[in-house]
Design a protein around this ligand. Structure first.
Ligand SMILES: *Cc1c(COP(=O)(O)O)cnc(C)c1O
Length: 426
């Protein structure tokens, strides 16, 4: 499958039914597995056997989703988790402990920002947030002796700035830490971070992977590229007493990180994806390439339409020529810049709040990546507890509308926005 193009990989995946097996990936809704012999179980506990032991750690349906995500991103392995947040938590706790430090872009998803700024901090893991426009030297200067990772998003949610992979991966190499990238908004169809110097990729599968807004999930993919034996990651090099002295780097080579993520992190934290959700994500991936093409096409058309609308004061979509991220979008997202855009409604906060009442097709939803067009006015909803000054500091302008463009007919989407904007813009 590795030699096929991404569209073929989306459809065919890694599931290979034998003669008489179900054509479609079956749901293995089973916690447990049956063995002939106690020695088979002993081998499992010693990590000498790759079959399944217990569905907290692995499951045949979940494994097929993991293999497919690893295939699509070009990694050596993947571990699915119960949410995107769980995937991020797992990705960092796998290599960070109390006393460690992370350098992260300041424009990341709010949930990940809180994870770093509040929850990991309570566990003794500190983060330094850097402006993504910083120079390579400035990024490197944010690193300390105890820094264990550099983190950013391909397309930031909701700022929509595009990651300068060349600069960040260079900085990570100098820092000698893994470069971890959240690729949720771009998906492997539009961008494959491992080809641009990332070492580990994270997804919230809740968004475009699912595509139909049915399930919450996440995945961590290991590129197998980082050299963990550099003195900073003793847990990956020295014997693990909880597995009879297994040494991840020595025993699993390029799959050291992802093996540890499964057998230690999933075992102990239990943030496991359910087989049924894995089935739905796997099904979603089969049409990912077709959906992304339409999301991108519709988004660019809507962005251009809004740009020329008298009720709109500004539009942010990375592939609009006058957007700050245009050059990076052209470089890293040649197939399209995904389906999220933001714009400013004339009339500010009040008009933004009113807008939704005049829309028929478009729904107010605190979600993105659905095949149905949805919008959100953050200032009156998700960020309403903040003062106006705090909102502006968080990049949430009072007039900002976030749109997640669906795959409906673009004429219908445009008509819906045109009518609603005309009704409220001042
Ligand atoms: C939604 C999202 C997450 C968190 O994922 P959940 O599945 O909601 O836990 C992480 N990163 C990005 C970029 C997201 O959009």
């Amino acid at each position: 499958m590795k030699n096929y193009k991404i569209e073929t990989q989306c459809v065919q995946g890694t599931y290979k039914p034998e003669s008489g097996d179900p054509r479609v990936l079956p749901i293995a809704q089973s916690t447990t597995y049956r063995y002939y012999d106690s020695d088979d179980v002993a081998d499992l506990f010693d990590l000498k056997s790759a079959t399944h032991m217990y569905s907290r750690i692995s499951n045949p349906t979940v494994a097929e989703l993991e293999n497919k995500m690893a295939l699509l991103e070009g990694g050596v392995g993947a571990v699915a988790a119960s949410s995107g947040q769980a995937a991020s938590t797992l990705a960092f706790l796998n290599i960070c402990q109390a006393g460690d430090h992370i350098v992260a872009s300041s424009t990341i998803y709010g949930g990940t920002f809180n994870l770093f700024a509040v929850t990991l901090k309570k566990m003794g893991i500190e983060a330094t947030f850097i402006n993504p426009d910083s120079s390579c030297d400035e990024i490197v200067a944010a690193a300390k002796e105890n820094t264990k990772a550099l983190f950013a998003e391909t397309i930031a949610n909701p700022g929509l700035n595009i990651l300068d992979f060349e600069k960040f991966s260079k900085a990570a190499k100098i820092m000698d830490v893994p470069f971890i990238v959240d690729n949720t908004l771009a998906t492997p169809v539009l961008c494959r971070p491992l080809e641009h110097g990332a070492d580990i990729v994270i997804h919230s599968t809740t968004k475009y992977t699912d595509g139909h807004a049915t399930s919450v999930g996440g995945v961590v993919i290991d590129g197998g590229t980082f050299n963990w034996d550099n003195g900073k990651f003793p847990e990956l090099v020295e014997p693990d007493p909880s597995y009879h002295g297994i040494q991840y780097v020595k025993d699993f080579g390029p799959a050291a990180y992802i093996t540890k993520a499964r057998v230690q992190m999933l075992r102990d934290y239990g943030m496991t994806m359910s087989p049924f959700n894995a089935f739905l994500f796997h099904l979603g991936l089969e049409t990912l390439h077709v959906r992304m093409e339409r999301h991108c096409e519709n988004a660019l058309k809507l962005a251009r339409f809004l740009k020329g609308h008298e009720g709109v004061s500004w539009v942010n979509y990375p592939l609009l020529e006058d957007c700050d991220s245009y050059d990076l979008a052209k470089k890293y997202l040649p197939k399209g810049a995904s389906g999220i855009l933001t714009f400013g409604i004339k009339g500010g906060n009040q008009a933004g709040k009113e807008l939704i009442k005049h829309m028929d097709l478009t729904a107010l939803v605190v979600h993105i990546g659905d095949l149905r067009t949805s919008i959100l006015h953050p200032a009156s909803t998700t960020h309403r507890q903040l003062t106006e000054e705090q909102q502006i500091a968080a990049g949430v302008l009072p007039d900002l509308i976030r749109v997640s463009i669906g795959i409906e007919n673009i004429d219908d989407i445009i008509a819906d926005f045109d009518k609603a904007i005309k009704a409220v813009a001042k």
